[in-house]
Write a protein that binds this ligand. Structure first.
Ligand SMILES: [Zn+2]
Length: 903
């Protein structure tokens, strides 16, 4: 029935194509546009696809549309970028739908909860409810065509008179257009593109127009890939979108991207592996959209592909997150012109206009499919909620409980994040027991018989399994050294990443609870005495770190005990902060109350200094913090993600300023004003950008009291034997034992002075194994890991591990594995455990798992008056490994406190 309808509509459209050269026509052949609606040229002075439209002009054009057709389009501001640019979406539908648009939204809210809306009520809503289609563009700012396609799509929906689909689309759907998800990145791209422009656009990929300097426009201000941020919402742009989507609950959501210039066009259905928590009919519906897009691409004679490369296993993409409230989420990818014209590898020139048109075609195709399948999509949306609740009632895991715990700030944040994504979270008002455990008041309870059950499972389960067949294929490819097809990390469990104890239970929990709110930070309090002697802040939570950062910025005097101690029968962990009243300005109590409130840290006021166990406040084991000046290496060859995300963690999660220093200025720059220098990851390596002179300079600065912190693959440089800033070494892949005897049979290495033989010894290859040994690289690095969570055990005696959890969960990515440091050189402060214990979540090659055992994650090495600290994996990836915040911030604040002042 639906199919017949589509063919009928299509039949009406074919006419205008007959005998016309599409390339010479407007965007939609045969369409005639209402002159009352301003064209892009009228408002901005350029035709669609002729220029890459700036953020401010895009807003200006949408405002002109809203003014010209107020009965069919409204604009809504939903967020502001770090650099102050506004993010908007346009709502477009028929005047009838627009007149009752609040009802349309309210109806989607009703359909989203079958506990409040019976099947009969749902049927009655669906009979007269437009399906919301959400078209999102340009989350990656240098994927430029989509924003201009958004402009063209809006214009077409409001002005086209020759396309019969438009009336159906406006009647049966509400089209929400988010023209620009990343305005900071887009304007960065355009600015640099225009700087490089000359008399004519160059199609050459090596021309400056096509070569983006660091950082490219993909990311936002803090250099985040916002297409990974959806469930963790560290960025204001993402937070606004997450809020907006839950107001509308679109049944179809498209995230329009670009890919490499030599490709064609990609649309759904997506690649395997599918996330097992998605509902089956969601993956089936992807095909409906794919087929319509394919139909139009055939009409235009355009190439495309489906089912390869782009999967939706990870829940933090735009093409996956909306699936967890029951929508159909998709990614579309257009080969990028990265400018106004590009010559592809086969000599064909592709213009910017071509790329804009292709996204425009699929945008309309998507709205058309939603209109044609309005009823099915709405029914599936309601059915999704019904089955989610049913599964939550009957599956093995029926509730999650987050006990009140030491790092309550982390538990609060996790609960707040879930609430912001529509999860119903309760906070116990009294103690209770469940599944044989007792829980204190303040524990969080998440019963899974709720519409967001699938989101909760995918975010809180320790592991989300990948399809066996898919994994077998990856092992086969790896054996042949063909690149694997795992697109992103294979582990993202929030309790592991945030180090929050979370219990699952096979029954729903019946406890006295109140609904938890969306706050991420609960205000802390000052308790205890009057504070005549001072204030103690137990160490180990991100809120305590934030309090330290705030206190140092205010110029307060803060000390810290390297060892745990007992005061008035309370045990304080190692690293606890001590603020002496005598050392600080008058009115400290008021300041502490304010600090506790704004940072979320709890503070104990003490009136005597006597400790019954552990060091006294005046012990040599107690150190005084300086307020370190912190710098981070910036610009090429650093990885923009690592540099930006690390700076974000320090500046926006802990409110401590960081100075960015370009690698290219290191040679002449004076570092003596800084106490801490962070080296983020590099792409591909710091060599040769950092030469021997800079190495010598860094070594000298450390010896004079600097703290050099290497992050992730920056450790490669520090551990390079020719650099030797850190006495560990990067390992090659282990040569397996059976290959060992074959290695012995190899002819001895020739002395370099002898002339090279022109031939080699002949040999028989007896079987497949021998053949494999023969083609295996003699010296290779371990295989690259896509991303797993691995445990690392912390040495509690070292200040770098002060107050942290005994076991951390580290995101392990890439091929790098290092030897541990010898005790005469330094301390392995966090070490991966044995091969059978180390994997916490995700898919890891067996050889890597075996080789990573007992290798270091965090190493501290004293050098002169300073320290070199190496984190062999990046603790700040996507700013979502909160469980690693304390050890990383220890490196900054405790590293500089233990070093001697830089001189
Ligand atoms: Zn993209």
């Amino acid at each position: 029935m639906q199919r017949a309808l589509r063919i009928a509509i299509v039949g009406l459209i074919i006419g205008p194509f007959a005998g016309q050269s599409i390339a010479q026509e407007g965007f939609w052949p045969g369409a005639d546009y209402d002159p009352a609606i301003p064209t892009i040229e009228d408002v901005l002075g350029h035709a669609s696809g002729e220029r890459i439209t700036w953020h401010r002009d895009t807003i200006r054009y949408f405002e002109a549309l809203a003014e010209a057709a107020p009965d069919r389009v409204t604009l809504q501001r939903y967020a502001e970028s770090w650099e102050g640019r506004e993010l908007i979406y346009a709502v477009i539908s028929s005047p009838e739908n627009m007149a009752r648009i609040e009802d349309v939204k309210a109806n989607m809210q009703r359909l989203s909860d079958p506990r409040k809306t019976t099947r009969a009520a749902a049927d009655s809503i669906i009979s007269n409810q437009p399906a919301v289609t959400w078209l999102s563009y340009g989350v990656h700012g240098n994927e430029i065509s989509s924003t201009d396609a958004a402009i063209m799509t809006a214009y077409h929906l409001l002005a086209a008179r020759g396309d019969d689909r438009v009336a159906d689309i406006l009647r049966d759907t509400v089209v929400v257009i988010d023209p620009m998800q990343n305005p900071d990145g887009r304007d960065r791209f355009i600015h640099r593109f225009e700087i490089a422009e000359g008399l004519e656009p160059s199609p050459d990929l090596i021309s400056a127009e096509h070569n983006e300097p660091w950082p490219n426009g993909r990311t936002n201000h803090y250099l985040f890939d916002m297409n990974r941020d959806w469930f963790i919402m560290t960025q204001p742009e993402t937070r606004g979108r997450v809020r907006a989507l839950q107001e509308w609950y679109p049944v179809a959501f498209v995230d329009a991207h670009e890919m490499g210039s030599n490709s064609t066009y990609y649309f759904s259905p997506e690649a395997v592996p599918f996330n097992p928590h998605l509902a089956k009919n969601q993956t089936e519906s992807l095909e409906l959209f794919g087929r319509t897009n394919a139909y139009w691409f055939d009409r235009f004679g355009l190439d495309y592909f489906t089912r390869e490369v782009f999967d939706a296993f990870y829940p933090g993409y735009g093409a996956s997150w909306p699936s967890y409230f029951g929508g159909i989420a998709m990614t579309y990818e257009q080969a990028s012109a990265r400018g106004l014209v590009v010559r592809k590898y086969d000599g064909v020139e592709m213009t910017y206009r071509d790329t804009v048109r292709n996204h425009f075609i699929t945008s309309l195709g998507t709205a058309q499919t939603a209109a044609e399948n309005r009823k099915k999509l709405l029914e599936d949306f309601y059915g999704y909620q019904v089955s989610a609740i049913e599964e939550g009632r009957s599956e093995r895991i029926r509730s999650y409980i987050v006990p009140a715990q030491n790092d309550q700030a982390a538990a609060d944040k996790m609960a707040g994040l879930l609430v912001r994504q529509g999860v119903e979270v309760g906070r116990a008002t009294a103690s209770f027991s469940a599944c044989g455990n007792s829980y204190e008041a303040g524990s969080y309870v998440i019963n899974l018989a709720q519409p967001r059950k699938r989101l909760v499972r995918t975010l809180l389960d320790a592991d989300v399994p990948m399809d066996d067949e898919f994994l077998a294929e990856q092992e086969r490819r790896r054996a042949k050294k063909i690149r694997d097809e795992i697109y992103d990390v294979t582990a993202w469990s929030l309790p592991l990443m945030m180090n929050v104890q979370t219990d699952s239970c096979g029954r729903s929990v019946n406890a006295a609870i109140v609904a938890a709110g969306p706050e991420l930070v609960q205000p802390g309090v000052v308790s205890g005495g009057t504070g005549s002697v001072g204030y103690l802040v137990p160490w180990g939570s991100s809120s305590a770190v934030r309090l330290l950062a705030h206190a140092l910025r205010r110029g307060l005097s803060v000390k810290s005990s390297n060892l745990a101690f007992t005061h008035m029968e309370t045990r304080y962990p190692s690293g606890t902060l001590i603020l002496d009243t005598a050392d600080n300005p008058e009115g400290l109590r008021d300041v502490m109350v304010e600090l506790a409130r704004e940072t979320g840290a709890n503070v104990s006021a003490v009136d005597d200094s006597w400790v019954t166990d552990g060091p006294n406040f005046g012990s040599m084991r107690v150190v005084r913090f300086s307020a370190p000046k912190v710098a981070i290496l910036w610009d090429t060859p650093t990885s923009s993600y690592s540099a930006g995300n690390t700076r974000f963690v320090i500046e926006r999660q802990f409110d401590y300023p960081v100075t960015a220093i370009r690698v290219s200025t290191l040679a002449e720059g004076d570092l003596s004003g800084y106490q801490v220098l962070i080296m983020p990851e590099a792409w591909p390596d710091y060599r040769p950008a950092i030469g021997d002179e800079v190495i010598a300079k860094l070594k000298d600065w450390v010896e004079r009291g600097g703290v050099l912190i290497g992050v992730g693959n920056a450790t490669r440089l520090l551990a390079d034997p020719n650099v030797d800033l850190l006495a560990i070494r990067r390992e090659n892949a282990v040569v397996e034992a059976e290959d060992e005897d074959k290695k012995d049979k190899k002819p001895a290495k020739k002395n370099g002075d002898e002339p090279q033989e022109t031939t080699v010894e002949g040999q028989y290859v007896g079987d497949q194994d021998e053949y494999q040994a023969l083609i295996t690289a003699e010296k290779a690095s371990p295989d690259s890991v896509a991303g797993v969570l691995a445990r690392a055990n912390v040495d509690p005696d070292h200040w770098l591990g002060a107050g942290t959890a005994a076991t951390l969960n580290v995101l392990v990515r890439g091929p790098d594995i290092y030897t541990p440091i010898r005790l005469d050189k330094g301390v392995n402060v966090a070490v991966f455990p044995g091969a059978d214990e180390l994997l916490a979540s995700g898919y890891m090659w067996e050889q890597n798992r075996k080789q990573l055992a007992y290798k270091p994650f965090a190493v501290a090495q004293p050098m002169g008056r300073g320290f070199v600290i190496g984190f062999t994996q990046d603790p700040n990836v996507r700013a979502y490994l909160d469980g690693l915040n304390v050890i990383f911030m220890n490196a900054i604040f405790r590293g500089s406190a233990h070093a001697r002042p830089v001189r």
